[in-house]
Design a protein around this ligand. Structure first.
Ligand code: GLU
Length: 502
């Protein structure tokens, strides 16, 4: 193919950008980048009841958050605009005039009640064709002219060429796909209120925007033959089509809200990184080599091809996404981690100093104690999967001189024989102001206790862990002690001693 690749992502702003739509956007974008073509964003906002500017803004935010950039579309403009369908009605009107001139459409005066009754009769008779019965297709021209001039309510339907033969196209994912012409009725292009239908506007827009490849979900597969007929009626060559199989939940059903978070924003809110979601979605239905599980935007845009897109439905696996996210978390480094964590610290109202824990208070606290916050990172980097996971795991670092003690942990570790002695010795050692409050001296001092007391290390350190962190599964003990400060450590040990003085 010689013409420059032009692809589009064309969401209807009737809700959030969900991960199915995000994957379609990613594949279009990656294909455009790989082919040196253009990626266009077009907002299909013709449904006045369900489309809102807030949804459009939210979709744009989600695409930007994922790191996708478009060459033409809202916010960036372009030579083929406008990029909002509600601003393109003049084109739909002009193309309808063209179709009328070509005698490719006709007005239909049937009322919704008549259509419904005929449809029911067709169903009852067991007929295999339940589409429109074409009763207005051959009305006498005078009759049509009279009705139109008297303002009779009408839609415009496509005159499907009855001698067309099957509509065949070579889908770039599904291969040759064929639809018998008999199954296609004379569908409506323009409704009686003058608004154009999806199958009509999408063709006008794709044609005028010179789209070369339509890459979209396979829920549109059955629309494709209709759209091809509109191209043909306009005397235009259809673009290439590539349909993407759907994303299923773990129960094999189409992914929906029942399966939990499905919108990009919900994943962002859960503390997933855009790079991780992009990585996961890129490989959900496309593979680099059948093995690679970690891929960044650069590798994706250098290698994406439609040939490696799978025909089989993909199953969404949040555990795998979380694993990928954990990998990014492990690799991002302390500084980026703390920056990303700030909104979550604000959510939880955590401050080191216990100072005002409103959003500006948290921000100021992080700025004033940057290295302390960054020191949290190595404690958590191997353990957390998402940013939202992190806060409950580090809550103990923010509770001052007291920490809530988990009951089971108290029973198992603080009530164990030897625990009281272990706490007493730890308190004594850590109270010694000659002990520098740094990891190495603290660890050396505490590691001597088990032998001195003739106790198993586990008994000593689990007791101390519960006393300081509240439970048995906290991040590493010695590092935590350094972060807690001497004052808080001693206070927590004393507190645990009181609680366990039985
Ligand atoms: N606006 C349509 C949708 O959101 C997409 C149409 C298309 O890609 O052709 O499902």
């Amino acid at each position: 193919m010689t013409s420059k690749v032009r692809v589009r992502f064309a969401p209807s702003p009737t809700g959030n950008l969900h991960i199915g739509g995000a994957r379609t956007a990613i594949y279009n974008w990656a294909f455009a980048r790989r082919m040196g073509g253009s990626f266009i964003l077009r907002i299909e906002d013709t449904d006045p009841e369900r489309s809102t500017p807030e949804n459009t803004a939210q979709i744009i935010r989600s695409l930007r958050w994922l790191g996708l950039n478009w060459d033409e579309g809202p916010e960036v403009g372009g030579a083929y605009g406008p990029y909002l369908q509600t601003e393109r009605f003049a084109s739909y009107g002009e193309m309808l005039e063209l179709l009328k001139k070509k005698d490719a459409v006709y007005p239909c005066f049937c009322s919704p009640e008549q259509l419904a009754a005929r449809r029911e009769a067709a169903l009852a008779s067991g007929s295999s064709f339940i589409g429109y019965d074409r009763s207005c297709r051959n009305l006498p021209p005078d009759d049509v002219a009279e009705r139109l001039s008297s303002g009779a309510c009408h839609t415009w339907r496509l005159k499907v060429p009855l001698d067309h033969g099957p509509v065949i196209f070579d889908d770039l994912v599904f291969g040759e796909t064929s639809f018998p012409i008999e199954q296609l009725d004379d569908f409506i292009l323009v409704r009686s209120d003058g608004t154009p239908t999806y199958n009509y506007v999408v063709v006008v827009d794709d044609a005028l925007m010179q789209i070369t490849h339509v890459i979209r979900g396979d829920d549109h597969l059955s629309n494709t033959p209709k759209q091809i007929l509109v191209y043909e009626a306009l005397g235009l060559i259809p673009p290439h089509f590539a349909h993407l199989s759907m994303i299923l939940g773990s129960d094999g059903k189409r992914l929906s809200k029942r399966h939990g978070a499905t919108s990009v924003e919900a994943f962002a809110d859960e503390g997933y990184f855009p790079e991780a979601l992009l990585n996961y979605l890129a490989l959900l239905g496309w593979s680099l080599d059948g093995e690679t599980t970690l891929i960044n935007a650069e590798l994706l845009t250098e290698n994406f091809s439609l040939e490696r897109v799978s025909k089989n439905p993909a199953v969404f696996d949040e555990t795998k996404l979380a694993w990928i996210n954990g990998v990014y978390l492990k690799e991002m480094g302390a500084s980026a981690f703390i920056d990303a964590l700030i909104p979550y610290l604000q959510d939880y109202g955590f401050t080191r100093s216990g100072s005002a824990a409103d959003a500006p208070g948290v921000l100021a606290d992080v700025a004033a104690n940057r290295s302390w916050y960054e020191a949290i990172y190595p404690l958590i980097a191997e353990r957390a999967k998402t940013l939202r996971d992190v806060c409950p795991q580090i809550a103990y670092l923010f509770s001052g001189g007291k920490v809530a003690l988990d009951e089971k942990s108290v029973e198992k570790c603080l009530a164990a024989p030897g625990a009281r002695e272990a706490l007493a010795s730890s308190l004594e050692l850590l109270s010694d102001t000659a002990l520098t409050w740094e990891l190495a001296p603290i660890e050396t001092a505490l590691r001597a206790i088990p032998e001195q007391l003739g106790l198993k290390p586990k008994v000593v350190f689990q007791a101390l862990r519960v006393a300081l962190c509240g439970n048995m599964v906290s991040p590493p003990l010695f590092e935590s002690i350094v972060l807690l400060s001497r004052e808080q450590t001693l206070s927590r040990i004393r507190n645990a001693q009181e609680t366990t003085s039985f």
